[in-house]
Design a protein around this ligand. Sequence first.
Ligand code: AMP
Length: 285
Amino acid sequence: MLSLMPIQVLETLAEMRALPKRRPRAVVMTMGALHDGHRALLQSARKWSGVDGELVVTVFVNPLQFAAGEDLDRYPRTWQQDLEMCEQEGVTAVFAPRVDDMFSVGRDITLDPGPLGEILEGKARPDHFAGVLTVVAKFINLTNADAAVFGEKDYQQLALINRMVQQLEIPIEILSVPTIRDADGLALSSRNQYLTPQERQAAAVLPAALSAAVEVAATGGGAEDAVVAAEKELTANELVVPDYVVVTDPLLGPAPEHGDARILIAAAVGGTRLLDNAALHLETR
Ligand code: AMP
């Protein structure tokens, strides 16, 4: 049985700091517009903290991770539905601070993600990961959580958060959850709402590209062959403009000759940037 305590909505940093911690506490950080991918994170966090444990969800569209001209102003906001999902999943408290409260003490100190923040998404969005890490670190401190759960959907973000926590000795356990997908394989994302019906259909080439690469790797192809197979699928639909298709090792270093690897892709569908990734096992000998 989950606790019958009503969900607490915390709107200020002072309220968050004042929330007494009586049991192990897990946190799930989101930008709202919650979908079943977020739900999987909530369930994993609840499993970690236990039926009597505490589960805090942050809802904050972080302006530091958006560049000028990106979708900050039109990012979907579905507060009532978000709250309903949190209630269904037995969330203890939802922390949804206002931007001015979050940064009332200033925002000139930021975290430098290092070289791993300059490749892939970091290349396309130069200050993105500095903004992500700064706010993730701030939420770790504010929520005083013992564990935090992130999605593999944002694989580079997950890798950077793991690195940050390790290198800065931040006392928190990081857990991850595999990507939750729609029936046709498209990774769930709040940004899928931007797609027209035609674009939504076209977007299915992203998971198809990953599947093609996984297949090639499993049947003896190398990293390059996997990339070629994925690119072929991605370019099959004219509404899809690939940005990158890259195979790396699981920590985003150079692709191995054989063994565990990761394929990461980004593509624009209409005006919407979509990301996806998958584990590969390179069976080359
Ligand atoms: P966002 O609200 O998009 O910032 O995402 C909040 C968290 O949910 C991040 O850890 C994401 O990686 C995770 N997430 C987003 N989409 C999915 C998905 N389809 N499956 C699993 N986790 C996801």
